[in-house]
Every structure is written in structure tokens, then in C-alpha cells.
Design a protein around this ligand. Structure first.
Ligand SMILES: NC(=O)c1ccc[n+]([C@@H]2O[C@H](COP(=O)([O-])OP(=O)(O)OC[C@H]3O[C@@H](n4cnc5c(N)ncnc54)[C@H](O)[C@@H]3O)[C@@H](O)[C@H]2O)c1
Length: 385
């Protein structure tokens, strides 16, 4: 049976996958709700060290079991998969235990507190042949899906720059700086949209702590890409104005995503700067006319409207059912960690350019499966956005 939920089509003929959500804090309830609304999944447990908190999330009439013990959940054969929404510092320990117990793992960003621990998780997933997926939520939003198609399909031309701004009056986190709290979103978006032949090479990061929080509350990252383009990220917990924009400039088109615009989130501009054609110009005129300006149409693509986290859950179920890598697999988490770690080193060295570790997996991106868009590739679930 196929069911269509907010633009996400899910096939429910296969037996449902028993899943446990670990962590019932701020984000966990979103995983609970979406796991319950994804027909390919059956929520078995909500697990939190704070059992009362988990009970409150489920309410009085839920048949989902509550547990305060990860070991109890992992020992239950009814559980084939876990979705982890515990604090970032605990991801490594919880995810490793789950993989070693033979469970498929969906883990919140960032994959682990260090690249090395992230690598061990990816290795464990491969060793146990289990799906390891990152909840890089923004990658599953319709605008990012569309930008990915535009960039990777060549419609923007040669990539010239990327610019991502994520600023707000945010919760100043006690344990991580703004870079590790917010930039995983921007970096995972970059990771998803960059063409296979363009890699982040080095990063220079500047940060400041004007309120004395003990770590950076404002950070700017400048990443040099292998095609010499620049990618910039501005993350900030202190801004009274909320801005969430991504601009991707190419030689043919520029795409602008304004996530807070309720009417027109995405616009594709045929406007930009071209190199002028010097033919027929004398030397003097050539010097004065190095560039010309293109003022073509701006198009606002129609985008489906559905919750990204639903697509995350559907993709997790599909990857398990089809025994394939999800779009945001463990390697994508590792690439994001490589950028974060290099940025942290640069931050400590006052903006020094730091090389970004290359995650060396042959054919890794190519192997990263696109979410199925045609019925022939349908397994346990599919996204039809
Ligand atoms: N994808 C997104 O957009 C997004 C948004 C917000 C948070 N997050 C991520 O979600 C994760 C959780 O963040 P949060 O703000 O919900 O944190 P939180 O502190 O509000 O909640 C974490 C919960 O995990 C529980 N917990 C801790 N260790 C545990 C363990 N070993 N076993 C069981 N339960 C345990 C805590 O008791 C707490 O209830 C973080 O990794 C964060 O980065 C992602």
C-alpha cells in the first residue's frame, strides 16, 4: 500500500522496522512524532535517563514503552534501529553501543565530538553492515533538494561562491561554541550541494565571545574550495534579527534561499557579471570594459511543502529496507566533522588557514544514493519531492 503524506510517499507493504528514540529533550520529541507518522517504522521505545521526561513526551495514553536504560532497549529484538537525540558529547558512546548491538543508527548532528570518533563510528557501521545515517535535517528541505539539483545538474554554470548566514538570538550553549552548534547545518548543506569534483580544501575561521560565555558566540568561516571558489558561513547567537539565507553563485545563474520568507523561499537569478567580449575593442576600451552585467529573469521555483524531518525518517527506513546508503550517510557526517575540526583549529590560531582533511573513500559521493524519485527504485519508502 502506498500512502502520500505531505509530499512524501511511503510504501508500507514490508513489515515495519522497530525503532527506539534515545533522548527526550528539546529535539527528541520531533523524532518521536515523525517516527510515529512514518508507516515504514514502528516506534517501540522512547529512552531517556530522565524517565519522567520521556513519559511526559509520550503522554498518558501511549502504548510506546519508556525506558531509562539504553542496555534494555538495545537487548530487545523488537528494536532494529535507533534514532539518537542525546547531547553531542554522548553521540559516540550511544551510537557505538547501538551499532555493536546490531542496530541501524540515525544520529543527530554532529556525528561525534571528534573526527577520530566519527571515523570509528563509520568503521563500526561498515563492520556490522548497518545503516549509519546523519540527521542533517536541512539537506531534506525542498529548497536544498532543489539547489542540489541546480548545482549538480550544471544549471548554475561554474560554481563561483557560496554564502550561508544563520544568525539569531540563540540559546548560548554551555558545552559547545556557536561553530559546533550551528555550523553543522551550513556545512552539511554545502556537503550535499557541492558537485562531486569540488571539495573543501582549507578553512580560515574567526570567532568572538563578546558576552564572556567562555567560547565563541559569533563565528565567520571562509572555506576555500578545490575550484578556487569561496564558501562563507556566518553563525551567531547574539543577533536580535533572525536571518537564514544561503546564496550560491554560478557563472550562469545565482540561487538565493531565504528560509524565513513565507512566500518565495527560493529565487533563481539570471543576473550576474560576465567577462566582456573584447572582440573589436581597442586596447584602451578593453581596459575599461573588463566585465559586463547580465540582467535576465528571476524565477521562483514552485516547491512542495513538507516537514524535512519526515523525509529524514522515510529515507532512514528506505535505506534499511533497500540495504543501501542513505543520502546523508556516515561519510557525510565525517566530511562535516573534517570541516568543523579544521575550523576549530583555525579559530584557536586567530584565523590561520588550516587544511581540511580529505575523507578518502573511493566513489563515496557517487555511492551516496539519491533518494528514489521513480517507482522502479521504490523499496520500503520513497520521497517524491
Ligand atoms: N537537526 C536539528 O535541527 C537539531 C536541532 C536541535 C538539536 N539537535 C541535536 O539534537 C541533539 C539533542 O539536543 P537537545 O537540544 O534535544 O538536547 P537536550 O539536552 O534538550 O536533550 C537531550 C536528552 O538526552 C538525554 N540523555 C542524555 N544522555 C543519555 C543517554 N545516555 N541515554 C538516554 N538519554 C540520554 C537527556 O536526559 C536529555 O533529556 C543534539 O545532538 C543536537 O545537536 C538537532
Amino acid at each position: 500500500m502506498d500512502r502520500s503524506i505531505e509530499g512524501v510517499r511511503v510504501e508500507t507493504s514490508s513489515p515495519a522496522i522497530g525503532i527506539a528514540v534515545i533522548g527526550a529533550g528539546y529535539w527528541g520529541p520531533n523524532l518521536v512524532r515523525n517516527a510515529q507518522q512514518t508507516p515504514g517504522l514502528r516506534l517501540e521505545y522512547l529512552c531517556d535517563l530522565d524517565v519522567d521526561r520521556a513519559k511526559k513526551v509520550l503522554g498518558d495514553y501511549s502504548t510506546v514503552r519508556v525506558s531509562g536504560s539504553l542496555d534494555e532497549v538495545l537487548a530487545d529484538p523488537a528494536v532494529s534501529a535507533v534514532a539518537i537525540a542525546t547531547p553531542a558529547a554522548t553521540h559516540y558512546g550511544v551510537a557505538l553501543k547501538a551499532l555493536e548491538a546490531g542496530k541501524h543508527v540515525l544520529v543527530e548532528k554532529p556525528l561525534a565530538p571528534t573526527y577520530e570518533e566519527g571515523r570509528l563510528l563509520v568503521e563500526a557501521a561498515e563492520r556490522h553492515q548497518r545503516v549509519l545515517m546523519l540527521d542533517h535535517t536541512y539537506v531534506y528541505t525542498p529548497p536544498v533538494r532543489h539547489i542540489r539539483e541546480l548545482v549538480r545538474g550544471g544549471e548554475l554554470g561554474d560554481l563561483q561562491y557560496l554564502d550561508s548566514v544563520r544568525i539569531n538570538l540563540g540559546l548560548v550553549q554551555p558545552d559547545v561554541d556557536v561553530l559546533w552548534d550551528l555550523a553543522p547545518h551550513d556545512l552539511s548543506i554545502f556537503d550535499a550541494i557541492l558537485p562531486d569534483d569540488v571539495q573543501p580544501v582549507s578553512v580560515a575561521a574567526h570567532g568572538s565571545d563578546p558576552v564572556g560565555a567562555g567560547h565563541a558566540c559569533v563565528a565567520h568561516l571562509t572555506i576555500r574550495l578545490s575550484n578556487d571558489a569561496l564558501a562563507h558561513v556566518h553563525v551567531n547567537w547574539l543577533s536580535p534579527t533572525k536571518i537564514r539565507t544561503v546564496v550560491v553563485g554560478g557563472s550562469s545563474r545565482t540561487v538565493v534561499w531565504d528560509d524565513l520568507n513565507p512566500v518565495q523561499k527560493l529565487s533563481v537569478h539570471d543576473r550576474g557579471v560576465d567577462r566582456a567580449d573584447p572582440t573589436g575593442l581597442d586596447a584602451d576600451a578593453r581596459g575599461r570594459t573588463a566585465v559586463s552585467y547580465r540582467t535576465g529573469d528571476t524565477v521562483a521555483p514552485a516547491l512542495p511543502n513538507h516537514e524535512a524531518l519526515r523525509s529524514v525518517m522515510v529515507e532512514f527506513a528506505a535505506a534499511i529496507g533497500e540495504d543501501r546508503a542513505p543520502l546523508t550517510d556516515g561519510w557525510s557526517g565525517l566530511r562535516v566533522l573534517a570541516m568543523l575540526e579544521a575550523a576549530s583549529i583555525s579559530l584557536q590560531k586567530d584565523g590561520m588557514s588550516v587544511p581540511i582533511r580529505q575523507v578518502d573513500v573511493t566513489g563515496m559521493k557517487a555511492a551516496t544514493t539519491e533518494i528514489a524519485t521513480d517507482a522502479s527504485r521504490r523499496g520500503r519508502g520513497e520521497v517524491t519531492v
